[in-house]
Design a protein around this ligand. Sequence first.
Ligand SMILES: [Zn+2]
Length: 176
Amino acid sequence: MILRRVLAALCAAAALAGVQVISATPATAAPRILYYDASQAQEFVSVVHQGAQIWNSRVTNVRLEPVTAGRTPNIRVYADNNWPRAQTTSLGNGRWWMGRQAVNQGYYQPRIAAHEFGHLLGLPDRRTGLCADLMSGSSAPVSCTNAYPNSREAATVNANFRTSVSVAPEAYVWAP
Ligand SMILES: [Zn+2]
């Protein structure tokens, strides 16, 4: 009983710390395909594709592909005048917005797109202030034009999809 409580407390602490608890699902060889729908991303459709290609060039256990006719997308991408943001429902599923509030402040659009896809791939915000970190998001200078995950971020995404890690629903906002 006490052990159960300790484990529960540890899991709660891990969740609070943003640590992902890895499930015991066996590894699979083929990458998981996630289909994204960029048709509602307005003027940002091409940068959405760019963000997907950035991830495809850095990870092997998951691929982001444009959704094809008749298929339900895993990820829907929108655009509006607010901050860029993401809402995840589970690993690889949810939606994100290209927000003109950040675009108009000069944040590099491919970095925004890759960052928001990063949330859908199971990465939380890490406000380190470092341009080398994709998930530092708006904490890095507006002048930062790094749109690629660092090796640790890419390794985490590969691990997430190797084990189909369980990710709780979450909302993230690109607010400085
Ligand atoms: Zn973020």
